[in-house]
Design a protein around this ligand. Structure first.
Ligand code: ADP
Length: 260
């Protein structure tokens, strides 16, 4: 992986057609070879910002660059070869098989003249296997559970084999077992030099699996840096009031909600 795959947003601003200013002023760094969490309360602008980072949305002001090249100035096919985006939840309309869906991730780099070749199929099968869902290959996507669909979308992005992977709450509908498998997979991909950005709801998942965190509030960045340093009592109190406690279990930091 080239060393110039650091993703950077500078002064980004994004407003929806209905006038909602979802991202006010966002500057953040997403280094290659690491998982960076995008963390913040509901409505703080995480999904909107992820789509700006993916080049799906274009910021009205500011810019997103990858290794110094501005993403939105690149032709769509070149961009698709650089960034893969995994949406939070999407309900499939067409009855494609899982295999066909994962193969769609190969579209930007199709080897065959008339469609996927044997190597594309191998890559797609490997991607589904790495997501722990190889048994779903022949199933119809409209007949899957939400968690299974999420694994398929992650596999499709892995099959795309881009240097940057952006995921919107990648483990939100997964059971504990698949959550850990997906984080382990993302960690292994980061070790190969990929730039991974994931919006995450659960502060413990940030602490355990994401070395860096960018904390968003009201469409802007509140603080960013090493997650274990940033998730201190002051930040937690400002985010959650006195409703939680940072402690340790088995040598790992743990954030516990306090029910009183
Ligand atoms: P988060 O991912 O942190 O929950 P979002 O980026 O989804 O936040 O939303 C940020 C703000 O933008 C919210 O106020 C939300 O209502 C608004 N928003 C999200 N999507 C749209 C849309 N398609 N059109 C208009 N407003 C939107």
């Amino acid at each position: 992986m080239p060393a110039d795959m650091d993703l950077r947003a500078e002064g980004c601003r994004y407003r929806y057609a209905n006038g909602t200013l979802a991202v006010r002023d966002f500057s953040g760094d997403f280094p290659a070879g690491e998982i960076t969490a995008l963390f913040g309360p509901n409505g703080s602008g995480k999904t909107t910002m992820l789509k700006n980072l993916a080049g799906i949305y274009t910021p009205a002001e500011g810019k997103v660059s990858l290794g110094g090249r501005e993403l939105n100035r690149l032709p769509p096919k070149r961009r698709a070869a650089l960034t893969a985006y995994v949406p939070q939840q999407s309900v499939p309309v067409f009855p494609f098989t899982v295999g066909e869906t994962v193969l769609m991730g190969r579209t930007p780099s199709l080897g065959g003249v008339f469609g996927p070749n044997r190597q594309d199929v191998t890559k797609a099968r490997e991607a589904l296997e790495s997501a722990g869902a190889s048994e779903l290959w022949d199933r119809c996507v409209t007949e899957l559970s939400g968690g299974q669909r999420q694994l398929v979308l992650i596999a499709r992005a892995i099959a795309q084999d881009t240097p940057v992977l952006l995921l919107d709450e990648p483990t939100a509908s997964l059971d504990l077992h698949h959550q850990h498998d997906i984080w382990r997979l993302l960690g292994a991909l980061a070790e190969t030099g990929k730039t991974i950005v994931a919006s995450v709801h659960d502060p413990n998942q940030v602490l355990w699996f994401c070395r860096r965190v960018v904390v968003m509030r009201y469409g802007t960045v509140e603080i960013q840096g090493d997650s274990r340093t940033i998730f201190n009592d002051n930040l937690l109190e400002s985010l959650y009031g006195r409703g939680c406690l940072r402690t340790e279990a088995e040598g790992l930091p743990v954030i516990l909600p306090l029910f009183s």
